[in-house]
Design a protein around this ligand. Structure first.
Ligand SMILES: Nc1ncnc2c1ncn2[C@@H]1O[C@H](COP(=O)(O)OP(=O)(O)OP(=O)(O)O)[C@@H](O)[C@H]1O
Ligand SMILES: [Mg+2]
Length: 450
């Protein structure tokens, strides 16, 4: 269902009956229509507030419609101007098209035709405005996002990042999954004197030991069967830049030893080579387990740990900085709006629910929940029904919104059951809960099934 959004329309004509006619015609729904009898008064209004579309008569005493068009475009480049012309002024109307009028209509004109033109002009204007906003956002996102949050914990992180970024010291970034480790690594790079150099990422858990070694250090020609030519390692490519090693706890001890050498001496050998390769790289490592624990268990080299641990940035889980949730929601909605969530907001009880949830997947999970909600919500407001059940559940015990949530959950189960003609396996799957859990809820809410 397409909602009609209010248009802001300006009508400029010295002829009162025609002006009134247009004003009445377009004042339906919640449009804001303002009529002016001179270009001068129209212009001064445009300087004060935004309009989407202007309907402008060409021939007026004082400043004429063409000059007004020119001025309006200077003030609001994305406003669309439709020229209204009598039989005698068609030539100037065509000239107006050349300087950016959207279209022209001749008096007397069919109002239904005019409706259509205004609608089209409005759509064009809107699209342009959105594009400008989106471009601004893309600029902000790339390169590399901002750290959102005002909580004490996140402010401490920012302070630490600002202190350590300009140095070349290795940094260990700890935090649960989705807390922003990679984001912080990007920011450390951006704020360092190496920001013009490369930023290289490798994830240790994504590659098997041999492959990882081969990627990191490269190999000499003939180092092993199949090594038909020399391969440069990523460390070489990262020269004078930053090397971000994700899930560093998964790195195997043999590679750990080589990494320690890179950090301490800035040198390494390619696989199958004798030559020392010299590089100038800054190492950032990330882990979602305690490296200290890994050292105790003998899985991570102690000397490497101490070398990495000179500065450790510990990212707080989202549940420990809930006051940041509203800011993050705002920010994430803007980013996700690129895919169609334009202008959506979150209802109060829904925001309350987001604040009560534990967020095991932290900000990444929050981003996913919002993305899903943008898609599911039919109105411009995101409500509880747009969230997955797993999110509503923990709220049942604690929150003020509990009764609403129970209601929503019950409805959702009923609706889904109906939709799938009582098929419980299907319903459980769609709702993302186990079949046992579904039966429990059906019992609890007394939902009639067939
Ligand atoms: N403080 C923040 N402000 C804004 N966005 C953030 C913040 N922290 C994280 N994000 C966003 O959350 C998402 C997850 O962050 P990121 O990938 O850096 O997490 P991670 O800790 O590396 O996760 P994983 O351990 O799962 O790899 C990204 O889209 C990131 O931009
Ligand atoms: Mg990551």
């Amino acid at each position: 269902m397409e909602m009609e959004t209010p248009k802001r329309i300006m009508v400029v004509d010295d002829e009162e009956p025609f002006r009134k006619l247009l004003q009445r015609r377009f004042s339906k729904s919640s449009n804001r229509v303002e009529a002016f009898e001179s270009s001068e008064s129209a212009l001064s209004a445009a300087e004060e507030r935004d309009f989407d579309v202007a309907l402008v008569d060409i021939k007026m005493p004082g400043m004429d419609g063409i000059e007004l068009l020119r001025r309006l475009k200077e003030v609001h480049p994305n406003m669309e101007v439709i020229i209204i012309t009598g039989q005698g002024t068609i030539d100037s109307a065509i000239a107006a098209m050349k300087i950016g009028a959207y279209d022209y209509v001749t008096k007397p004109c069919k109002l239904s035709e005019l409706d259509l033109i205004v609608q089209k002009a409005y759509e064009k204007s809107n699209l342009q405005k959105e594009n400008v906003l989106l471009k601004d956002q893309l600029k902000q996102r790339n390169p590399y996002d901002m750290i959102i949050g005002k909580s004490r914990k996140i402010r401490e992180v920012i302070t630490l990042i600002n202190k350590v970024a300009p140095t070349s010291s290795p940094v260990l970034i700890e935090g649960e999954s989705g807390t922003g480790k990679e984001l912080m690594a990007h920011i450390l790079h951006q704020k360092s004197s190496r920001s013009q150099g490369p930023f290289i990422v490798i994830n240790c858990s994504a590659l098997q030991e041999n492959l990882l070694e081969n990627e990191l250090f490269g190999h000499e020609k003939g180092a092993f069967t199949g090594a038909s030519s020399l391969k440069h390692g990523l460390f070489e490519l990262a020269d004078r830049g930053t090397f971000f090693i994700d899930e560093i706890s998964e790195m195997n001890p043999n590679i750990q030893a080589k990494l320690l050498r890179v950090i301490e001496l800035g040198e390494f050998r390619r696989v199958g080579g004798n030559k020392q390769i010299h590089v100038d790289v800054r190492i950032l490592g990330a882990t979602n387990r305690s490296l200290e624990e890994e050292v105790k268990r003998g899985r991570f080299r102690e000397d490497l740990f101490y070398r990495l641990n000179v500065v450790t940035i510990s990212l707080p889980p989202l549940r420990e900085r809930k006051e940041d949730i509203p800011f993050l929601v705002d920010y994430l909605l803007k980013i996700k709006s690129i895919d169609g969530g334009w202008g959506k907001t979150v209802a109060t009880e829904a925001l309350e629910c987001l604040k009560n949830y534990r967020w095991p997947g932290n900000i990444r999970e929050l981003a996913n929940v919002l993305e899903r909600a943008i898609i599911l919500s039919t109105e411009n407001t995101i409500t509880l029904k747009d969230f997955p059940l797993s999110l509503l559940e923990p709220n049942l015990k604690s929150s003020k919104a509990a009764s609403t949530i129970v209601e929503v959950e019950k409805n959702l189960i009923e609706k889904t059951l109906q939709e799938w003609k009582g098929n419980k396996t299907r319903t459980a799957k769609i709702l993302g809960i186990s079949i046992r859990n579904l039966y429990r809820k059906i019992g609890k809410y007394g939902i009639a099934t067939r």
